[in-house]
Design a protein around this ligand. Structure first.
Ligand code: HDD
Length: 696
């Protein structure tokens, strides 16, 4: 497929696209000349029932809403394609993994879990990462998250967990937050949640962007090759831009400044042609090695550390097309873990087994019946031919006399397939019918400890702060106490530190968990690749700004893929020091530092003096400093870097290019400054900075 060429899914969607052009009509195609005035008896009389146009219009409106997803209600999606690097047919019969000449269209939906459809994007939560591959062998859905483990081990607990994390039932408070009593009550009583809770309290729960988020299939799945040989497999998505997060204070402010922050970022990146990309990786375990681990591969609260089984990169996912209609596509897309293709099979993970029931069931309710696979976004590009008939919203016109198998009257059609068919892996299973958790699922703390051991110092600090925030929002002291006591099984030091910030008793030393080693792959500190693509950089200006500085900054940062916006107290334009006119992209009143990755203050004495008197401009820089963002100040622009809690030296003009703790200052926007600024932005944040005293 070449650029601009329509893929198979896009061609299929073309049949359903409509532009609502031409004269206004009713749903029955009758033309309408007035849609503003109801049919009434006289100008001031009652409206009459006979007005079929008004009735139809209002009725349709009344029925516009469908039930939102019971979890993952808030989301955003995009189309794209997936191409493998090599032929994997020794491992799997899946055609879409059979070589670099096979490109498969996809639709991907990212989501938060707990919030309603209209909730904010940057809440502390797990993010969904659901990929629908429209393969030639049928739809394959990899319905994953941005965290590699899950809260519970058996799907029968899912309703309990979701009831605990969702807003409390008596008053529906709080919206899209895990920081409340019921979640932590559940956590304290259900130790299997511990590992996932560590991830939830880490920065993974507040991604900077969907583009900078990892994805995981979570469960152990099974590849099956054409000869029927199985290989256990875990799936990973690794973003090419690195894995980056917000800081919690920033995330909370963004909820007010731009509740669509992640959704907008995805949409705008694609519109700009900066297509988000991920590499698909697999961890492979031969069937005969299934029991070689000190945990159970069927337990979704465990990872396979990458140091133990490396992640093999096998292909690339690119998202390059925004949907045409949010409801039709992003809302109606129906993912289902049991949508598999030949070559991909399940394991007996009890969480996965429950999911294989739940997703179909939920779509039947959400999308109004059994024909939801006919909705354009869900329709496979492969042929559909069977004897399933009728039902609400049946769109197909099935011809012929027969809808049963076997038949002779219909020529035996559809005939049983003999090629490219789905064959379930032949697995020998025997045992007594029991309700019992396997002993091999019982260690809930070792990997939680492994995660803790793997964090950089700043990640650990964020984790402690998150625990204190979340538990600090719990009204019941017993709930706090129990959660902290549970943490002592992971690491006593951590539990004591958290307890200290909560005013509860430090817990007894529960012995701590087994792992003393670390897995570097788990730390986001190891995922900054220096990429500038899509980074948002604010340049603060006012009348008298040095226009050459602005251009130098803009030119080089844009060349590296950053998005540079000129901000001023007022919209319109400003006069530059050189006498030119510089258009303003946005005024301070409509934006905020939390919407940017970095900020630059160019030179120009008049501009610097006026910005230094402007509370919004000063707050902008202080806040960016507080959130560990890259800052550049040129010449007189350094005056803006003076503020309570900031090192005094920052506010002084510098003689040379000076860079410390993520702030670079220089007398001019020369190559040295611009290069250093780009390096700081690419590092994502500077965690060496001390920000406690910054009042912003
Ligand atoms: Fe789930 C939606 C991911 C466990 C039941 N789930 C949903 C979505 C994602 C996940 C990404 C949104 C799909 C979309 O964008 O439409 N869920 C996961 C992961 C899990 C998991 C990674 C554990 C490894 N889920 C899970 C369990 C159950 C469900 C154990 C039930 C037993 N999930 C659902 C659901 C949803 C759903 C109720 C709500 C809307 C939907 O399915 O389509 O069926």
């Amino acid at each position: 497929m070449t650029d601009g060429e329509q893929d198979a899914k896009d061609r299929l969607l073309e049949q359903d696209r409509t532009d609502s052009r031409g004269p206004l009509s009713t749903d029955t195609g009758v033309r309408v000349e007035d849609t503003d005035n109801s049919l009434s008896v006289g100008e001031r009389g009652p409206t009459i029932l006979e007005d079929f146009h008004a009735r139809e219009k209002i009725t349709h409106f009344d029925h516009e809403r469908i039930p939102e997803r019971v979890v993952h209600a808030r989301g955003a999606g995009a189309y794209g394609h997936f191409t493998p690097y090599e032929d994997l047919s020794d491992l799997t019969a899946a055609h879409f993994l059979s070589g670099p000449d096979v490109t498969t269209p996809v639709f991907v939906r990212f989501s938060t879990v707990a919030g309603s459809r209209g909730s904010a994007d940057t809440v502390r939560d797990v993010r969904g990462f659901a990929v629908k591959f429209y393969t030639e062998q049928g739809n394959y859905d990899l319905v994953g998250n941005n965290m590699p483990v899950f809260f519970i081990q058996d799907g029968i607990k899912f309703p309990d967990f979701v009831h605990a994390v969702k807003p409390e039932p008596h008053n529906e408070i709080p919206q899209a937050q895990s920081a409340h009593d019921t979640l932590w009550d559940f956590v304290g009583l259900q130790p299997e949640t511990t590992h996932m809770i560590m991830w939830l309290m880490s920065d993974r729960a507040i991604p900077r962007s969907y583009r900078t988020m990892q994805g995981f299939g979570v469960h152990t799945f099974r590849f099956v090759n054409a000869q029927g040989r199985g290989t256990l497999v875990k799936f990973h998505w690794k973003p090419l831009l690195g894995t980056h997060s917000l800081v919690w204070d920033e995330a909370q402010r963004i909820q007010g400044k731009d509740p669509d922050f992640n959704r907008r970022d995805l949409w705008e990146s694609i519109e700009r042609g900066q297509y988000p990309e991920w590499e698909l990786g697999v961890q492979l375990v031969p069937e005969e090695n299934e029991h070689d681990f000190d945990f159970d591969l069927l337990d979704a609260t465990k990872i396979i550390p990458e140091e133990q089984v490396p992640v093999r990169p096998v292909g690339r996912l690119v998202l390059d097309r925004n949907p045409d209609n949010f409801f039709a596509e992003t809302e109606q897309v129906a993912f289902h873990t049991a949508n598999v293709v030949p070559g991909i099979d399940f394991t007996n993970d009890p969480l996965l087994q429950a999911r294989n029931f739940s997703y179909l069931d939920t779509q039947l309710l959400r999308l109004g019946g059994s024909n939801f696979q006919q909705i354009p976004v869900n329709r496979p590009v492969s042929q559909v031919s069977n004897n399933q008939r009728d039902g609400f919203a049946q769109h197909r016109v099935h011809r012929g006399q027969t809808s049963y198998f076997p038949n002779s009257l219909g020529g035996g059609c559809p005939a049983l397939a003999d090629e490219g068919v789905y064959r379930h892996y032949t697995e020998k299973v025997e045992g007594a019918k029991i309700r019992k958790r396997a002993e091999s699922f019982k260690d809930h703390y070792s990997q939680a400890r492994l995660f803790l051991n793997s964090l950089a110092d700043w990640e650990r600090e964020h984790l402690v702060a998150a625990f204190r925030f979340e538990l600090g929002k719990c009204e019941e002291l017993a709930v706090r106490q129990r959660a902290v006591a549970n943490l002592a099984h992971v690491d006593h030091g951590l539990a004591v530190e958290v307890a200290e910030g909560l005013g509860v008793e430090p817990p007894e030393d529960a012995g701590g968990a087994r792992h003393t080693d670390a897995s570097p792959a788990l730390s986001q500190a190891n995922t900054a690749f220096g990429e500038l693509t899509g980074r948002q950089v604010a340049v603060l200006v006012d009348h008298g700004v040095d226009g050459a500085d602005v251009e130098a900054l803009r030119e080089s940062l844009v060349a590296e893929g950053a998005v540079v916006e000129v901000l001023a107290p007022l919209d319109g334009s400003v006069r530059t020091r050189e006498g030119g006119v510089l258009p303003v992209d946005r005024s301070h009143t409509t934006v905020s530092s939390v919407l940017y990755d970095a900020v630059a203050v160019p030179g120009g004495g008049d501009a610097a003096a006026s910005l230094a008197r402007d509370g919004q401009a000063r707050h902008f820089v202080l806040e960016a400093y507080k959130h560990a963002k890259a800052i550049a100040a040129v010449g007189a622009g350094t005056a803006l870097l003076a503020g309570p809690g900031l090192p005094e030296s920052l506010g002084q003009p510098s003689r040379d290019t000076e860079s410390a703790h993520g702030v670079v200052r220089a007398p001019a926007a020369d190559e040295g400054l611009v290069r250093e600024f780009a390096r700081l932005i690419g590092a994502h944040r500077d965690w060496t900075r001390s920000t406690e005293a910054v009042s912003a």
